[in-house]
Design a protein around this ligand. Structure first.
Ligand code: GLU
Length: 305
């Protein structure tokens, strides 16, 4: 499907609509936008709305509006994961045909410490389990990790990465028991479909990358380059996230927010007379220095508006 040649840069931002953007997500969006524009490439947007129970009504629209107010305009039309079931089903069929998939009806308590299946569902074909008069219990679809699989890549901000995944994880879920597609599957299918050459995202997703690189290999996709931006913390070292109620970004103070994000990214501060969103972004682009991004960006609690 993808022939992600690395010549024409294609980056993306892929928020989940579980809440409004906060300064930490602006950092990822801005770094990804700056990398793409700096390379003269395209910057795509994907709304990862595949987990309705975790989503917040109105969040997707608020995210789109907020990005626009911050001058982060995307190319092409937005890709909505909620409309991509057919693509995910064909990827599952391809994994199945390759013998990489198995059904597993284990409960959470039956799973191993890494959330992997310890009861031999792969061997037993456990979706057949259950008395004939009762329907088989709901099952998840899992991908087996080959014992020898290791993921290696050179990460822009995290340096050389070497993850012997097969030594630590036997398998992982690609379609959940409740029928929802797993993030790991959807992100890989869509990065390939959008021809993404460069993934710039928060380092909180670093440990997902080995699973994604395995899926890319099993599905015959090219792997993009990865750049995991260090996660923004407050002064006490606490990660800013929707979960710990990082304040939502006010779409009314975009220039202020962009300045705060550039400071956290260790970039040259735009002079005071640079005040519009467009001028701030143009300045940031002209002075973009990926090597200046600190290992641990910190923000004071009042930086976001
Ligand atoms: N949707 C994910 C999130 O909002 C990001 C996925 C990605 O960038 O790969 O955390």
């Amino acid at each position: 499907m993808s022939t992600a040649g690395h010549s024409a840069y294609r980056g993306r931002f892929a928020p989940s609509p579980t809440g409004p953007l906060h300064l930490g997500s602006l950092l990822a969006a801005l770094a990804s936008w700056l990398e793409a524009r700096h390379a003269g490439g395209r910057w795509l947007l994907r709304i990862e709305d595949i987990d309705p129970p975790r989503e917040q009504a109105g969040a997707a629209d608020a995210i789109l509006h907020c990005l626009q107010r911050h001058g982060l305009h995307w190319d092409d039309s937005v890709l909505w994961q909620s409309q991509r079931s057919a693509a995910y089903d064909s990827a599952l069929a391809a994994l199945q045909a390759g013998g990489h998939l198995f059904a597993c009806a284990c409960s959470r308590r039956e799973l191993g410490p890494m959330g992997d299946c310890r009861r031999g569902c792969r061997e037993r074909g456990c979706h057949q389990r259950g008395a004939p008069e009762r329907p088989a219990s709901p099952y998840a679809l899992r991908v087996s990790v080959p014992a020898t699989f290791s993921a290696h890549w050179q990460d822009t901000w995290q340096g050389e990465q070497d993850w012997p995944l097969g030594a630590t994880l036997r398998d992982f879920v690609v379609r959940r028991k409740d029928g929802l597609y797993a993030y790991q599957l959807a992100v890989v299918v869509d990065d390939a479909a959008q021809g993404i050459t460069d993934v710039v995202r928060g380092a909180d997703l670093l440990d997902s990358t080995p699973r994604q690189r395995l899926l890319q290999q099993l599905l015959g996709y090219a792997s993009p380059r990865y750049a995991h931006i260090p996660v923004l913390t407050d002064r006490s070292g606490q990660k800013l996230s929707k979960q710990n109620l990082a304040p939502p970004l006010e779409a009314t103070a975009p220039a202020h927010n962009l300045r705060a994000a550039l400071t956290a990214l260790g970039q040259t501060a735009p002079p005071a007379e640079v005040s519009s969103v467009e001028a701030l972004l143009a300045f940031a682009l002209a002075h973009w220095e990926p090597a200046a991004v600190p290992a641990q960006p910190v923000v004071s609690a009042t930086a976001a508006h």
